[in-house]
Unconditional design. Structure first.
Length: 349
């Protein structure tokens, strides 16, 4: 960990006015009041269209800005970050989204004022990032149900864990697994899978941990293959994701690789940091070690004891399912009733 030089630094805030969950007028006021103007020359840029953040950041890199801060959700963070790779300009994050996957992995505060305190400290470290079919990602990428849900999430017009879980419950039991040929340094392997995810960071966002042991400094992809499962197992898998115990689930196979090639029977969806896109049947994923510099929290301590209301709701839901296993095997209607019960619990959190 190295502090920045004591000379005044140049910092840009890239604000997406229409992304995330916070009102941006309040965020701009917080930046003005809380950024250390003795340490930084500050410029604020508001994006006006898709791709505008990337254009702004490229200009900032050319002009040798020290830090570009992404102010928005995961999509904004990805757009800012991918224009900073292999440059001396560092990424800062002022999390204003619903998932905030990268910010949560780095244990950055979700409170904007506290996040600005971290930015004022300006401690910078290098981290890995990944590339899927030429598209950089910093948390996760994936295909199968993983990418399918990303499309549903994007179409829903709503954000947050309740919407995510609602889509999983509504669509998960209908989704048909695919067969994939996965090639890495060890050879080719055939997998029938519900989804394949490749993780650089531990979670998707919303504290849903797809790869609890993932490190952004080891130069390796954590590859997660979720095998087909039945209705009885579905809520347990979801609960394991929020409890950081997914890797111990019998339906989950994991390994590490520096790069992989995946072949599927036809073109389909992939996602990178939650942004879905259609692509070819063949998918290439690789790591770029220590290719991006990020402002970090020097006092980061993840609070393991903090209650997770989504996990608690899933646990209750799983207990209900265990109590009616035989009924579930006979009755699809019972599944719908339990799904509604789950969503009611979440809506009250």
């Amino acid at each position: 960990m190295q502090p920045m030089d004591e000379k005044k630094q140049h910092i840009a805030f890239i604000v997406n006015p229409i992304s995330g969950t916070h009102k941006k007028e309040g965020i701009l006021e917080l930046i003005d009041k809380n950024i250390d103007k003795d340490r930084f020359d500050v410029e604020i840029f508001l994006t006006e269209y898709a791709g505008h953040a990337s254009e702004i950041v490229k200009e900032c890199v050319l002009n040798k800005f020290d830090i570009c801060v992404a102010v928005g959700g995961d999509g904004t963070v990805n757009e800012v970050a991918r224009s900073l790779v292999h440059s001396q300009t560092a990424l800062g994050i002022l999390p204003c989204g619903s998932g905030n996957g990268l910010a949560r992995h780095l244990c950055l505060p979700m409170d904007p004022k506290k996040a600005l305190e971290i930015i004022n400290k300006a401690i910078i470290e290098p981290f890995d990032y990944g590339v899927i079919n030429g598209l950089p990602f910093f948390c996760t990428c994936g295909m199968g149900f993983d990418a399918f849900i990303s499309f549903k999430f994007a179409e829903s017009g709503k954000r947050g864990p309740i919407t995510y879980v609602e889509n999983v419950l509504k669509e998960g039991l209908k989704y048909q697994p695919e067969t994939y040929v996965v090639e890495d340094e060890s050879g080719k392997h055939h997998h029938k899978a519900f989804l394949i995810a490749c993780a650089n960071a531990a979670q998707y966002g919303n504290n849903a941990y797809i790869a609890p042991g993932a490190s952004m400094k080891d130069g390796m992809l954590d590859v997660i293959i979720m095998e087909p499962f039945d209705v009885i197992e579905a809520p347990k898998i979801a609960a394991d994701m929020f409890a950081k115990t997914l890797s111990s689930n019998s339906r989950i196979k994991t390994f590490q690789a520096r790069n992989i090639h995946i072949h599927r029977s036809k073109p389909g969806a992939i996602h990178y940091d939650g942004d879905p896109i259609m692509t070819d049947a063949d998918v290439d994923i690789e790591m770029q070690p220590l290719g991006i510099r990020i402002v970090v929290n020097p006092d980061a301590i993840e609070d393991e004891a903090q209650p997770n209301p989504v996990l608690n709701a899933f646990s209750d839901f799983f207990n209900n399912i265990n109590n009616v296993r035989e009924d579930i095997a006979r009755s699809g209607h019972r599944i719908q009733v339990l799904n509604k019960l789950m969503l009611r619990k979440l809506s009250r959190l």
